[in-house]
Design a protein around this ligand. Structure first.
Ligand code: CAA
Length: 261
């Protein structure tokens, strides 16, 4: 595939795209060039019909230690506001319709924690450390941390984390539901994420896309509108070939061979 400077891209399993953040000297601090490469790789996966699900990870030492503090330190308000600094970070949340699993080992701090939380599913290993330490730098989270962390773990816990800058251990992250699963080792975490991605890649791409869309709607809609939206999308799937293929295969006790149509 295409070669990048700050990330590595591969496809270790059929249907699965794999992105490793690769800026070891800065603990994968998310400088602008890295974010641009990440968005470019994800856009390529979004456009690639052979890819059904994506895994994003860092290194054993750091998923990502945050936005690049050295890049940010001299920005003025006009620089930040004028260029809408960090706005592009959240791009992936809107353009990526395929499931993204973030596999978190080591530090996931500040923007690193925010990027981890952009995953549709978040996995971690015992070595993972989450946190929003921006308060220690005289600022606040800027890539969705105050919103996504609060939705994930509740207001009181999010307030405590964001106002103290204290880290969240992987055990705590598991208990609070910030992550779906905690693995013993970094390798098991990445392998677990790839296995889940491969499982998802075995289903109809149409159904997977619809499932991600309706779950995400729950973050924005009230329960009544959310349930109505879900039902409409469910109805819509009766217009797909894969609904016929899946249900016919079940009734015939056969394995479904999806057409992704
Ligand atoms: N930006 C730029 N460089 C960073 C970085 C960051 N966020 N985090 C680490 N680095 C660099 C260090 O400066 C160091 O570089 P040098 O070797 O050139 O000195 C290198 O990575 C290794 O880091 P340390 O020597 O500090 O490693 P450590 O093991 O002693 O500590 C750490 C690890 C606790 C993660 C520590 O590096 C740290 O506290 N990093 C900053 C964490 C942080 O504050 N993140 C939030 C950033 S603000 C943000 O993200 C805003 C937002 O919401 C979008």
């Amino acid at each position: 595939g295409k070669s990048y400077e700050h990330i590595k891209v591969s496809s270790p399993k059929p249907g699965v795209g794999f992105i490793e953040l690769n800026r070891p000297k800065a603990l994968n601090a998310l400088c602008t060039p890295l974010i641009l490469e990440l968005n470019s790789a994800l856009r390529n996966y979004q456009a690639d019909n052979s890819i059904s699900a994506i895994v994003l990870t860092g290194s054993e030492r750091a998923f990502a230690a945050g936005a690049d503090i050295k890049e940010m330190k001299d920005l003025s308000f006009a620089d930040a506001y004028g260029a809408d600094f960090i706005e592009t970070w959240s791009d992936l949340v809107t353009f990526l319709k395929k499931p993204l699993i973030t596999a978190v080992n080591g530090y996931a701090l500040g923007g690193g924690c925010e990027l981890a939380m952009m995953g549709d599913i978040v996995y971690a290993s015992n070595s993972a450390v989450f946190g929003q330490p921006e308060i220690k730098l005289g600022v606040i989270p800027g890539a969705g941390g105050s919103q996504r962390l609060t939705k994930a773990i509740g207001k009181s816990r999010a307030m405590e984390v964001i106002l103290t800058g204290d880290n969240i251990s992987s055990k705590q992250a598991g208990e609070w539901g910030l992550v779906a699963k905690v693995f013993e080792t970094p390798q098991e975490c990445v392998d677990g994420a790839l296995a889940t991605a491969a499982k998802i890649a075995g289903y109809s791409q149409i159904a997977v896309k619809a499932a991600k869309e309706v779950v995400n709607k729950s973050q924005d809609l009230g329960i009544r509108e959310g349930v109505e939206f879900e039902r409409r999308v469910f109805h819509g799937l009766f217009g797909s070939e894969d609904q016929k293929i899946g249900m016919t295969a079940f009734a015939a006790k056969k394995k479904a061979e999806w057409s992704n149509k």
